[in-house]
Design a protein around this ligand. Structure first.
Ligand SMILES: [Zn+2]
Ligand SMILES: [Zn+2]
Ligand SMILES: [Zn+2]
Length: 332
């Protein structure tokens, strides 16, 4: 029997189709590997192959030269640009804006052979500091309303270069998916005077069936109504609405949990491609009681097909309890 489940935050329904249940090994997937690439523009020594850096963590070495740990550069083919004024106009039904924003690439390591699953914890933590530094800088531009930080790992997850990197897009609007989460969280708060994500953490740590791992600062869990097989959420236990407000200890703990979660996926799902997305409050909002930042990781194991596009409903062939169990059992 298929199981229809409703996400407690967004109210989005998903179909968990247990009849089509697949074992982790049955997914037709890409296994992501890194091959040496002498032309890779993100490798150390190739700094002249990217636009000049916006930010880099260096030990006294000159900008745009060797000797860095994390490097942030503008995207060579940006979806949006910072220059110009924000003009909004409408033609009858249709609204449009010019492409104000920013599109940046965070090169996570100078070493082509490493990934977030194999880098050391300090190196992963530095990536989070780079995300935070860029958010704090871009936030000063009041035209920008939202920053999406995301990572495409593997060609079928949308990565065009295999060297470990994440991306940041700053937008003059709040994207619809985020709007749905924010509205859902607000609704819950108005009814219960509690953060829905704090409620989820409390219930999931008590219940345990969808819990993947647990530390004093974070939980990794399969959500109750996941859109995709092995969809995983990492949530800070301390209530905070903005990623950039996390403490040093929380970034260190998150580094450990991201690394561990990706290692679990690599082991159980044969190094799958994945998308990782940071969900945080809109830029010009103050810290709120109702929203709770988190990270969502979606291994790319199935294709989104016509039914999903046509209905907004997702059919997920793996229940979250099974997914959590598989990931939890991985010996690290
Ligand atoms: Zn490279
Ligand atoms: Zn909360
Ligand atoms: Zn979210």
């Amino acid at each position: 029997m298929a199981d229809l489940r409703k996400d407690p935050v967004t109210g989005r329904w998903v179909i968990i189709s247990t009849e089509r249940q697949k074992r982790p090994s049955e997914f037709q997937i890409e296994t992501v590997t890194t091959r040496p690439d002498s032309l890779c523009p993100f490798c150390e020594g190739h700094e002249d192959k990217t636009p000049p850096e916006i930010l880099a963590y260096r030990n006294g070495t000159p900008a745009n030269a060797k000797g860095w740990e994390v490097r942030v550069v503008p995207n060579k083919f940006p979806a949006l640009r910072v220059e110009g004024n924000l003009d909004r106009e409408g033609e009858g039904l249709f609204d449009r804006m010019n492409g104000i924003g920013a599109h940046e690439v965070i090169i996570e390591t100078p070493d082509h052979s490493l990934t977030l699953a194999t880098m050391n914890e300090q190196a992963i933590e530095r990536v989070f500091w780079a995300w935070r530094d860029r958010v704090l800088d871009l936030k000063q531009d009041f035209r920008l309303r939202y920053i999406v930080i995301f990572k495409n790992h593997g060609a079928s997850a949308g990565a065009s270069l295999e060297h470990a990197h994440s991306q940041l897009i700053a937008l003059p609007i709040v994207p619809r998916e985020m709007g749905e989460e924010l509205d859902g969280a607000k609704r819950h708060y108005q009814q219960k005077e509690r953060c829905v994500f704090c409620d989820v953490i409390r219930q999931e740590t008590k219940d345990g069936s969808r819990l993947i791992s647990d530390s004093p600062e974070f939980v990794a869990m399969a959500p109750y109504a996941p859109r995709f097989p092995f969809e995983t959420w990492l949530l800070p236990k301390r209530h905070a609405s903005r990623f950039e407000d996390a403490s040093r200890g929380e970034y260190a703990s998150l580094a450990r949990m991201v690394r561990e979660t990706l290692q679990r996926m690599n082991s159980a799902l044969l190094s799958p491609p994945y998308n990782l997305i940071v969900h945080s409050s809109p830029l010009q909002d103050n810290a709120t009681e109702y929203y709770h930042w988190h990270i969502e990781i979606m291994p790319k194991l199935t294709r989104v097909a016509g039914f999903e596009w046509g209905t907004g409903f997702y059919i997920n062939p793996t229940g979250p309890e099974e997914a959590a169990d598989v990931l939890r059992r991985v010996k690290l």
